[in-house]
Design a protein around this ligand. Sequence first.
Ligand code: FE
Length: 300
Amino acid sequence: MKSTENGKLEKTQSRSVKGIITSIATREGAGFAVRRPFPTQSLSLVDPFLLLDHMEPVTLAPGAAKGAPDHPHRGFETVTYMLEGHFVHRDSAGNSGTIGPGDVQWMTAGQGVVHSEMPDEELLENGGRLHGFQIWVNLPAKEKMIAPRYQDIPSSQIPIAESEDGKVWVKVIAGKSMGKEAVIDTKTPITFLHVKLEPGAKLEQAIPYQYNTFAYVVEGKGYFGKEQLPAETDQLVLFSHDGETVSFEAADKQSLSVLILGGMPLNEPVARYGPFVMNTQNEIVQALQDYQNGRMGAIH
Ligand code: FE
């Protein structure tokens, strides 16, 4: 930030780096391996983001693919972004669909759904490649009990921005980048970009000053923020609030694939228990009771 002559703060510069977090290896659902930069002991959330799971690129043997069988959610949104392989989704609201490479599913759990997220039959029977992400986005208190909503966006409908020299590629999942605007409707203001940079290429991305913002390195090595700090595969770079852009560049001899996530913080109390994220402990107890009493429905 710098002061102008009339004393106002001008927030146009590139944000500095607040911290770099290395993700931990853990298991989710029926036991599929994920890398998780948060929530962990050192970073519980990046308001409004509650969780980031990276299903690392793997080649699965026949019968080895695992998913997340029927389970509930209430009070937030789950966002799935696939890079390789196909997952089949079914839920208690009667929705079902398959998402494959480049597709995004943005599910607003709201008052509650029961859903399953499973590898498709092809992947289950014959094995194959799997790579993807799941992100949890919190809902504000006033929207935690809204009706569930389900946006299944095929890759072909998600805008791509590319630099003239072809060295910068941006998939605009939420928000805006390089003149392209996302088609997905989000309940809270969010930027979600998948950026690929050729070796040595750089991007300075505008992000509203108030947004909490991080970069997650999917693959490769790059230099981040005003200080140009190095980060590589599976590391999360958390930015400070001292500018209106985030800047990063790929290392000289390596390309860089990175997710950029920014969101307006809710600044509300967070009570979380497994698949339920509410504001108070009482609301968590209520969610458990509602689920146990079948009020979130079942998959038919
Ligand atoms: Fe789920």
